[in-house]
Design a binder for this molecule. Structure first.
Ligand SMILES: Cc1ncc(COP(=O)(O)O)c(C=O)c1O
Length: 353
C-alpha cells in the first residue's frame, strides 16, 4: 500500500512481459518475435523518414497508413484504426467497448494481458474453459453482456478456430463487440477481416510485431465497422493524439507495400514450425497443433519448469507459464534453423542424462 497511489493503482497486478535478456549470445525463443529481419524496403523507408521533418509532429490520424491498410484488405479508411502496438489498441478497445461492464467472455487459457485490462477498466471477466484438447468451443460463447475476446490463433496454445466458428460466435453475440485478436493470423490461419462488412459487432486486432518483423517499432491496428473505429478514435484522442511517430508510420506503410517479402518470411516461419514440431515429437513431446509462430508442447516425463531451467542454463530461453492446466507446457517461438538446431541439441543432451 503506497499512500501516494490511487486506490486503483494499489490494486493493480500488472502484466509481466517475457524476459528481454541483456546477454546477446542467447537463443531467444521466448517472446514470439520473428526470427527474420524486417523487409529491406522498411529499413529504407525508416532511414528516409529520419530527416529535418522530425521537428514536426506526425500526422495524428496516420491517414496514409490507414489508406494503405484499407487498400490491402479491401476496406474503407474509416474502417481502420492504428496504435502504438496492438497491446495499446487492445487497451483502447477495452476502454471503448467493455469498460465498466459485466460479463466479458474469454477463454480460461489465452493472452494473459486480457485479465490485466479487465482490472484496469473494471470489466467483469467470465473465463470459459477450453476443452480437453485445448481448443475453444464456439457454443460456449453466446449471449455475452460486455463482449467476447479471444486470440485467433489462440495464445499460448497456437490452436486456430476456423472462420465458420468465429462467425457462429459473432451471430450469438450480436448486441456486443466480439474482438478477435489476430496477432498470429498470418502464419496459417484465415483472417476474420473478410467478415467485417457483414458483422457490425466484429473488431479484428492485428500487429506488425510478428509476421512483419517489427516488434521493436510498436505498431498495431484494428479493423471493423466505421462506428467501432470512431469509438476507438474517441478514446485515442482523449489519451494521446500521436501514438505513431513519423518513422513508425513510414515503416508500417513500407511493410504493407512489400508483400512479396512478407509472404516469403511467413512461409519460412511455417516451414521451420513444421521442422520444430517433428523434432519435438521425436523427443517425446506432445505438441498442440499450431498455426502461429510458436509451438506449445509438454514432455512425456520431464517437468516443463525443469526443462526451461536446463535450457536457460545452456543459453536457450523459452516461455513457461506457472498457471493451472498449462504449467507443464512450454511455449517455444519458431526460430531460425540454426536457433532451432541448438534448442534440439540441448534437449537431446538433457534427455540423455
Ligand atoms: C495474443 C497477443 N495479442 C497481442 C499481443 C501484443 O503484440 P504487440 O503489442 O507487440 O502488437 C501479443 C504479443 O505477444 C499477443 O500474443
Amino acid at each position: 500500500m503506497n499512500k501516494f497511489w490511487s486506490e486503483k493503482t494499489n490494486c493493480l497486478q500488472p502484466y509481466v512481459p517475457g524476459e528481454q535478456p541483456k546477454l546477446t549470445n542467447l537463443v531467444k525463443l521466448n517472446t514470439n518475435e520473428n526470427p527474420f529481419p524486417p523487409s529491406p524496403m522498411v529499413l529504407t523507408a525508416m532511414r528516409d523518414a529520419i530527416n529535418d521533418d522530425l521537428r514536426l509532429y506526425p500526422d495524428p490520424s496516420a491517414d496514409n497508413l490507414k489508406q494503405t491498410i484499407a487498400d490491402y484488405y479491401g476496406l474503407h479508411k474509416q474502417q481502420v484504426f492504428v496504435g502504438n502496438g496492438s497491446d495499446e489498441v487492445l487497451a483502447q478497445a477495452f476502454a471503448a467497448f467493455f469498460q465498466g461492464k459485466q460479463q466479458l467472455l474469454l477463454p480460461d487459457i489465452s493472452y494473459s494481458f486480457y485479465p490485466v485490462y479487465c482490472q484496469l477498466y473494471d470489466v467483469e471477466a467470465c473465463y470459459v474453459p477450453l476443452n480437453e484438447h485445448f481448443s475453444l468451443n464456439p457454443a460456449d460463447y453466446c449471449g455475452a453482456r460486455a463482449g467476447v475476446i479471444f486470440p485467433n490463433p489462440n495464445a499460448p496454445t497456437g490452436c486456430i478456430l476456423p472462420l465458420v466458428q468465429v462467425e457462429q460466435i459473432l451471430q450469438a453475440n450480436s448486441d456486443c463487440v466480439v474482438l478477435v485478436d489476430e496477432a498470429y493470423i498470418d502464419f496459417g490461419g484465415e483472417s476474420a477481416v473478410r467478415l467485417i462488412n457483414d458483422y457490425p459487432n466484429l473488431l479484428v486486432v492485428q500487429t506488425l510485431s510478428k509476421s512483419r518483423s517489427l516488434a521493436g517499432m510498436r505498431i498495431g491496428l484494428a479493423m471493423g465497422h466505421a462506428d467501432l473505429i470512431e469509438g476507438l478514435e474517441r478514446v485515442k484522442n482523449s489519451f494521446n493524439s500521436y501514438p505513431l511517430d513519423r518513422v513508425a508510420q513510414a515503416a508500417a506503410i513500407a511493410a504493407f507495400t512489400d508483400d512479396d517479402y512478407f509472404r516469403l518470411t511467413c512461409a519460412k516461419v511455417i516451414k521451420n514450425r513444421i521442422w520444430l514440431t517433428e523434432q519435438l515429437q521425436r523427443l517425446e513431446f506432445e505438441v498442440l497443433p499450431s498455426e502461429a509462430n510458436f509451438v506449445f508442447a509438454r514432455h512425456g516425463s520431464k517437468e516443463a519448469a525443469q526443462i526451461a531451467a536446463f535450457l536457460r542454463l545452456h543459453g536457450v530461453v523459452v516461455r513457461h507459464f506457472q498457471q493451472e492446466r498449462i504449467s507443464n507446457f512450454l511455449r517455444i517461438s519458431v526460430g531460425t534453423q540454426e536457433q532451432q538446431q541448438r534448442l534440439i541439441a540441448v534437449l537431446e543432451e538433457m534427455l540423455a542424462q
